[in-house]
Design a protein around this ligand. Structure first.
Ligand code: SF4
Length: 55
């Protein structure tokens, strides 16, 4: 737990991204974020599968 009020999708997806800046209030969502968010919502992939990704 980070202790910060961070969107769980941002924590799962964006923290892997070079464009992510902690604390920045991101209003736009890239296509990759939207695709992964949809796949998580539909159960196609699990949060654990994203957590374990090394890029
Ligand atoms: S929305 Fe997309 S480009 Fe922006 S930080 Fe998240 S993954 Fe990176």
């Amino acid at each position: 737990m980070t202790g910060k009020n961070i969107d769980p999708y941002v924590e799962l997806i964006c923290t892997h991204c070079d464009f992510y800046t902690e604390g920045e209030d991101e209003e736009l969502e890239c296509a990759g974020f939207r695709i992964l968010k949809t796949m998580l919502d539909e159960g196609t992939i699990s949060p654990e599968e994203i957590k374990n990704v090394r890029i």
